[in-house]
Design a protein around this ligand. Structure first.
Ligand SMILES: O=C(O)CCC(=O)C(=O)O
Ligand SMILES: [Fe+2]
Length: 374
């Protein structure tokens, strides 16, 4: 039978719910892709929330954007200019768009193709393709984040995999088997993306007048953690009453995002203006997002972004996030520089910080980072 015709409206993800008192139970959550496929008009209550402030969202042509080609070239003046934009963008929004990134467009096309191949399968087909994830938290297809009882659920389907270190997936059936080249393609992309992220971290160190290796030295190629998450936001009949991805910061050093098929959806809070901005994301540009750990390491000179994804009526959207982290057992702290004497952040163990963030999430504003503040 055709894979795409075997779905039913009664497909569910199993979501683990942790209540305030610590008790744990499992909730069956409708698969939003299946709801959208069946053209539902009434969004189930568990996804509804008070009307969104979307009318207050700002649009700007001047969103921070850097050219990697200029940053990597030998033209001193052009490089200085990109370094300034990088530092400024990370300081104001906690993110910058990256053009001329050097990752072949043919590879980006392959990434889109395998992702669409997977999400084009029926629900049962997807489950068969990915196998089970019994021992890895938050990995796998479609599990929702662990949420307190009363919080509305996000309008999203997800697929999360460990990319690095490779041994960490040993024995687990963590990658889709269908499409057959899924893993190979995403790993090739992650390899190129890692070079890009290393270059950005070196550039950032230069922009902040730190030693060039100040950040990348935490990123030993053998031990660093890279997770990949595909976010799929199907069309939603009630965009003002739902959220694709609730406001959050990423528990990373950096996150690299690519998106398709449409450019709207991601919004970010401006640090001082306290207004949501829609990210004007050109085709084929990538987006690099500051996570909480880089905020700590830079002693607040760059800020992790407070961001969210909204839903849209007739449009579907995919994004692929690569989350870059040091090993969970590593300690990080603000990097000493000549001009800093006051440290606003303290030493934390990466894994402890991540656990803290997941424990307190979701929150209405950026509070998890306070755990790492003096
Ligand atoms: O869909 C997007 O653009 C944002 C995704 C995101 O914030 C995440 O995966 O952490
Ligand atoms: Fe995020």
């Amino acid at each position: 039978m055709d894979e795409t015709t075997t779905t039913t409206q009664s497909s569910f993800h199993e979501a683990t719910i942790v209540s305030q008192d610590g008790s744990v139970r499992t909730l069956k959550v409708p698969v939003v892709q299946e709801l959208a496929r069946h053209g539902i008009k009434d969004v189930p209550k568990m996804f509804l929330r008070p009307p969104l402030d979307t009318l207050n969202t700002c649009f700007t042509e001047n969103f921070p954007s850097i050219s990697m080609a200029k940053l990597r070239a030998n033209d001193v003046e052009a490089k200085e200019n990109e370094l300034r934009k990088l530092g400024q963008g990370f300081g104001e929004f906690g993110m910058v768009l990256v053009s001329d990134h050097g990752i072949p467009l043919s590879l980006l096309s392959c990434v889109k193709k395998v992702i669409k191949g997977f999400f084009g399968l029926s629900f049962e087909g997807k489950k068969r393709s990915v196998g089970t994830y019994d021992t890895v938290d938050n990995m796998g297809y479609g599990r929702n984040f662990v949420k307190p009882d009363d919080k509305p659920l996000d309008w999203i389907d997800r697929l999360t995999m460990k990319v690095s270190p490779k041994e960490s997936t040993h024995g687990l059936n963590v990658w889709p088997q269908n499409p057959t080249n899924f893993r190979e393609v995403i790993e090739s992309y992650a390899e190129k993306a890692t070079e890009l992220v290393d270059d950005i971290l070196e550039a950032l160190a230069e922009a902040l007048s730190l030693d060039e290796k100040a950040f990348v030295k935490y990123f030993d190629p053998k031990s660093r953690e890279i997770n990949a998450r595909i976010n799929y936001y199907p069309p939603c009949p009630k965009p003002k009453l739902t959220m694709g991805l609730s406001p959050h910061t990423d528990a990373t050093i950096l996150t690299l995002l690519m998106q398709f098929d449409i450019s709207g959806g991601l919004q970010v809070m401006h640090k001082d203006k306290n207004i949501w901005f829609s990210v004007p994301w050109p085709n084929d540009a990538l987006l690099v997002n500051v996570g909480d750990l880089l905020e700590i390491m830079s002693n607040g000179k760059v800020q992790s972004s407070w961001h969210r994804a909204v839903t849209q009526v007739d449009l579907e959207r995919f994004s692929l996030a690569l989350f870059f982290n040091p090993p969970l057992s590593m300690e990080i702290e603000p990097i000493k520089s000549d001009d800093s004497s006051d440290y606003e952040y303290k030493k934390v163990v990466v894994g402890d910080y991540l656990q803290h963030l997941y424990k307190v999430s979701p929150t209405l504003s950026k509070v998890a980072i306070k755990y790492a503040m003096v």
